[in-house]
Design a protein. Structure first.
Length: 209
């Protein structure tokens, strides 16, 4: 039984691929783990997992960078996102928002299902198509979901894994705060470096078992 490592972009895990001498490609197979680069966003992620996820995987590890709603979490800190919500699925009712469950169309939040112990801060996240960058919409989202982090793929990974009953972990490194857009404040290089340092250690430990 193998681990499937899932990332949206090759850039986020390039250092890990280099460490294990793996040539970048959308899907890489090795003895101990496979790697799937999905592309950014929920649709690309769901499509890629629809093609490659199957029951030979005992664990899926989704990694990447993410935004944080909490200034208490430092830029570059790694977090273990244990629950993730499709935040935009629903309907507008003038100024109000009716979520998917409120509409009667089922769940909008999905959990990791994994019992792997990680020594990282555990948080809950939301997954969006449109990265927040407006104070008013950020305020509304906080009031609705009280999220700690935001990504563009996490809930799609948890959803696909829940459909097949496969445990999933989502580890992300905080590259920015969710705030009025200011791209100059983003610390992508630091976040990616810290993510890869952790990921290499995790995969080495797993390989030695
Ligand atoms: O320039 C931008 O506005 C921009 C917005 C989102 C992501 C990027 C990227 O370059 C990386 C893609 C990757 O990043 C994740 N991510 C990072 N921070 C956030 C966020 O605050 N909200 C949502 N997603 C975020 C996301 O999962 C993408 O896969 C550039």
């Amino acid at each position: 039984m193998k681990l499937l490592l899932v990332a949206a972009t090759e850039a986020e895990i390039a250092a890990t691929l280099a460490y294990f001498n793996l040539k970048a490609s959308r899907f890489i197979e090795t003895d101990k783990f496979d790697v799937l680069i999905t592309g950014v966003g929920m649709v690309a992620t769901a499509f890629a997992l629809g093609q490659k996820l199957h029951h030979n995987y005992s664990l899926v590890l989704n990694v990447g960078i993410a935004g944080s709603f909490y200034k208490e979490i430092s830029l570059g800190e790694l977090v273990n996102i244990t629950q993730d919500t499709f935040a935009e699925l629903g309907a507008e009712d003038d100024e109000k928002f009716i979520s998917l469950p409120q509409l009667g169309f089922g769940k909008n939040e999905f959990s990791s299902l994994a019992n792997t112990k990680l020594t990282l801060r555990q948080v809950t996240g939301i997954t969006v198509n449109k990265v927040h960058g407006n104070a008013h919409s950020i305020e509304k989202t906080i009031a609705l979901y009280h999220p700690q982090t935001e990504s563009m793929e996490g809930a799609a990974v948890f959803y696909a894994c829940a459909e097949l009953g496969i445990p999933a972990l989502q580890v992300r490194s905080i590259s920015n705060y969710v705030e009025t857009r200011n791209r100059e404040n983003w610390q992508i290089a630091l976040a990616v470096k810290n993510l890869n340092n952790w990921l290499i250690g995790f995969l080495k430990t797993m390989n030695s078992k």
